[in-house]
Design a protein around this ligand. Structure first.
Ligand code: SF4
Length: 642
């Protein structure tokens, strides 16, 4: 009798002479990877939640993908970026399928704006929606591709420019989709994406899609991700902020303008325009202008000191806007022989009306209400102060297994911070080490002689220190700042004094700056938080990362302020329980840019010496990998062998 067939275990894949080493000639055994895979396997089998910090270089994607496949459950894998989604789907999954010698039922889902709307493509042939030669040229490319593509994902058309305005007129965004009433519904790329997901065991999404879906389900709508038994969050340090965005709400002047424009365009195309509708839409414009003008002010994010006072000061313009939104909705309802395309527009009118009403009138003290101004845009935002109870109710208590992983989750060697912030009930936890030899590969230098970063003389003295460091590293550096203002001040002071090429964030798209950095020997990039995470420059071109200050969240930011207040009111210590841990994780992220492979080597320099002078500094040290450490600049010179 043949022996009974047992399914393979994670151990059989990952141990020193396991299947991976047979499949992959360059595969190197990493104990941390095996440890993580076994922890993931155990959590899935025993229906437990798991938080696992996996150092850079652990190989964590295979360490969760293989146990997820072996579990036979439907598992959603949620990544921080679309790029990582694509890497899993187009690289890791085919590698596993090839070697496991079986078809893996895997699909990916992205947000609707990534997919083409077939109906709009067909309509564009008959109706004048395109403007200018560029849009017409892009349309031709899209039109041809539509005939052959299976997925309808714009990432397939590499030649389409990143900001193609033709694409934004043709994408499958919800605001203009008539759903099941659409003639293309059965062939629609969104329908097909959902169909593939329903037939899959592993569904790869990103955090934005995941929380958008969870928030929609929360409002009793049908979501787009089918039911699942487990979720694995990669880059899980991002989920508090993404969840906050989707469980909150937002209304802006741009949304009202877009709505007015879309109604006008549809009325013209479908011939239902009337003078009366024109008048209503003009009034909508005027009322929105008057209402949002109340919130004009300094660029950036700000809180509202007194909501009652604010409400009183704009009651009249608010009521006008509310009424004209109702009137707009009523007009759309009355359109004779109503076209299906009116359905989503009606939905948008109602959604805007409800959001406006919530933002102005809600007394829900679980939310912080605040304003952001960017250029011409005025955004009225409501964000949950604490997402932990929401996540516990909607996610951790509903799904058998939630696994969170990232290189930055533990503070001072423990997970109290992430457990509390996210509301994870009794998870298993693990810290697995990556394969790097940090004491040899990286030297952490704290500039101990500089003034306190809050002192007026800091910028001048610290700039001179940066120049010294850049001379030792021969450029090849990221200089990262906690604010734009500081970034510009340092750049202006330093860029003419060094002989190396410099790049400044904001002077081009981030990905283009990063490409230029990679391709320019001895380059120095001055940047802020967008380059603190998810950026990879292996090799010599990045040999020094300099950070100006301990990255405490700006205390006057309305969301941070509300969270600090809420912790204090509950009797907690906001500084030690929230501000220090979140800054420690951010610092770990920023410094994490330097060592991306076993052969990388370099210096991490911190210009803020509160880390050695204040008691809380120890938490930062305890949270960082075991880098070499010095406060002597000549040690830096020796490290670079100058
Ligand atoms: S169902 Fe919606 S997204 Fe799909 S083709 Fe029709 S209108 Fe476009």
């Amino acid at each position: 009798m043949p022996p009974p067939q047992t399914s393979p275990t994670a151990r059989q894949f990952f141990h020193g002479r396991g299947l991976l080493s047979e499949w992959h000639p360059q595969y190197e055994y990493r104990p941390g990877q095996q440890e993580m895979a076994e922890a993931v396997e155990g959590a899935l089998a025993e229906k437990r939640h798991l938080v696992v910090e996996a150092g850079t270089g652990t190989g964590k994607t295979l360490a969760y993908l293989i146990p997820a496949i072996l579990s036979g459950k439907r598992v959603v894998v949620s990544t921080g970026t679309k790029n990582l989604q694509e890497q899993l789907y187009f690289k890791d999954i085919p590698f596993l399928a090839r070697h496991m010698n079986r078809e893996l039922r895997v699909s990916y889902m992205k947000g609707r704006k990534n997919y083409l709307c077939r109906q709009k493509v067909y309509d564009a042939e008959k109706e004048p929606v395109l403007a200018g030669l560029e849009e017409v040229a892009d349309y031709q490319v899209i039109r041809e591709w539509e005939k052959t593509t299976e997925m309808g994902d714009r990432a397939e058309i590499r030649q389409l420019p990143a900001g193609s305005t033709a694409w934004s007129k043709l994408d499958a965004r919800r605001e203009l989709c008539s759903g099941q009433k659409c003639a293309q519904f059965e062939r629609c790329f969104i329908t097909r994406m959902q169909q593939r997901a329903r037939e899959s065991d592993i569904i790869i999404v990103n955090h934005h899609l995941f929380f958008a879906d969870l928030a929609v389900k929360d409002r009793d709508y049908e979501g787009i991700i089918p039911d699942y038994q487990a979720v694995i969050f990669d880059e899980a340090h991002e989920i508090e902020s993404v969840a906050g965005d989707y469980f909150g709400c937002s209304i802006s002047n741009h949304q009202v303008e877009d709505l007015r424009r879309d109604i006008t365009a549809l009325a013209r195309r479908k011939n239902f325009g009337t003078q009366e509708l024109d008048r209503v839409l003009m009034t909508l414009d005027e009322c929105a202008d008057r209402f949002f003008a109340v919130f004009a002010g300094k660029e950036g994010r700000s809180g509202i000191p007194d909501r009652v006072e604010l409400r009183e000061s704009c009651e009249a313009v608010y009521q006008d806007l509310l009424r004209v939104l109702e009137l707009t909705g009523a007009h759309l309802q009355l359109v004779k022989g109503a076209t299906d395309e009116l359905i989503p527009l009606n939905g948008r009118v109602e959604e805007l009306r409800q959001t406006l009403q919530f933002w102005m009138e809600s007394d829900d003290s679980d939310f912080v209400y605040w304003i952001e101004r960017r250029g011409r845009g005025v955004y009225l935002e409501a964000t949950p102060i604490d997402v932990s109870s929401l996540l516990r109710d909607k996610l951790f208590d509903q799904v058998d297994t939630i696994i969170l992983t990232s290189a930055t989750l533990a503070v001072g060697g423990g997970f109290e911070y992430v457990k509390t912030r996210l509301g994870i009930p009794a998870p298993r936890t693990a810290i697995v080490q990556g394969p790097f030899d940090y004491p040899k590969q990286a030297l952490l230098y704290v500039a101990n002689g500089l003034p306190d970063p809050r002192s007026p003389s800091f910028t001048e003295s610290a700039s001179e220190e940066v120049i010294r460091l850049l001379e030792m590293s021969k450029g090849r550096a990221f200089v990262l700042f906690t604010s734009y203002q500081q970034m510009r001040a340092f750049h202006d002071r330093i860029s003419f004094e060094i002989e190396y090429p410099t790049l400044l964030q904001g002077t081009g798209p981030n990905h283009a700056l990063l490409d230029e950095f990679r391709n320019t020997p001895h380059c120095v990039l001055f940047a802020t938080s967008s380059f603190w995470q998810g950026v990879d420059v292996p090799g010599d071109n990045l040999s020094c990362v300099i950070i100006d200050k301990l990255p405490f969240a700006v205390p006057t930011d309305p969301v941070v302020e509300a969270r600090v207040r809420a912790i204090r009111e509950a009797g907690g210590d906001a500084f030690h329980d929230y501000q220090v841990p979140s800054a420690a994780l951010a610092l770990k992220q920023g410094f994490g840019r330097l060592i991306r492979s076993r052969s990388d080597r370099g210096v991490l320099a911190l210009l803020d010496n509160r880390i050695t002078k204040q008691r809380y500094g120890q938490i930062f040290f305890d949270s960082l990998p075991d880098y070499g450490f010095t406060m002597q600049i000549n040690e830096v010179a020796r490290f670079f062998d100058v």
